[in-house]
Design a protein around this ligand. Structure first.
Ligand SMILES: C[S@@+](CC[C@H](N)C(=O)[O-])C[C@H]1O[C@@H](n2cnc3c(N)ncnc32)[C@H](O)[C@@H]1O
Length: 199
């Protein structure tokens, strides 16, 4: 693992916890026992956080690698997530099985973005939601962010604009695309894009 990756693997993703809170409180409307797929769980902080925040939900946490994963020290909720090692463009998961698919600070570094969105659409139940919380491709920090990522995290990193995300989700048959911003942070560094599968 290179130096930057090692550094990131030691840093709790507090910004991501706030991103999940905003998504759960203001963007998604999930039943208590929702089935949720999180793509790119990383160290596992996010899956652990979700399992504490939504104790009745069934969470599947997927990542292509578990080299940064922290394990049981994370403090899971009463219902521990299922962990799946796989690559997002080919999900080894049944069609129409999730109420929500979440990608928090992950979509920017994935290969084959259109295939990822198609796969997310495939595994969503009718009426289910895809949520992408990520760096806003129109923000002035986009270039420095991509530059640091290309330097040592991922050569694939691209901060998507709302227009690019809309096109990708609509091509995959999702609808009702909308970008949400935290109050007072309109057009800020982080955007929350939601699209739904027809119910
Ligand atoms: C910046 S981390 C975000 C982690 C977590 N969502 C959070 O907010 O704390 C991005 C994650 O995407 C994962 N990832 C990269 N390529 C992937 C792929 N092809 N399929 C699934 N996950 C992938 C990385 O391994 C990493 O854990």
């Amino acid at each position: 693992m290179n130096l930057l990756k090692r550094l990131f693997s030691k840093t709790p993703m507090s910004r991501s916890s706030r991103a999940y809170d905003f998504a759960l409180e203001h963007v998604l409307n999930l039943p208590a026992e929702a089935r949720i797929l999180e793509i790119g769980t990383g160290q596992g902080f996010s899956a652990a956080y979700l399992s504490r925040r939504l104790p009745q939900a069934r969470i599947t946490a997927l990542d292509v690698t578990y080299e940064c994963f922290k394990g049981d020290e994370l403090g899971f909720g009463s219902r521990k997530p299922d962990f799946v090692q796989a690559s997002a463009p080919q999900l080894p998961l049944a069609a129409e099985s999730f109420d929500a698919v979440l990608l928090v600070m992950t979509f920017h570094c994935l290969p084959e973005p259109q295939a990822v969105i198609r796969e997310a659409a495939r595994v969503l139940k009718p009426g289910g939601s895809l949520l992408i919380a990520d760096v806003n491709g129109h923000h002035w920090m986009k270039r420095p962010f991509e530059w640091v990522e290309h330097l040592g995290i991922s050569p694939l990193t691209h901060a998507y604009t709302p227009e690019e995300l809309r096109a990708l989700t609509e091509e995959a048959g999702l609808r009702d695309f909308r970008v949400h911003w935290r109050p007072g942070k309109e057009n800020g560094f982080m955007l929350w894009a939601r699209a739904a599968k027809a119910g």
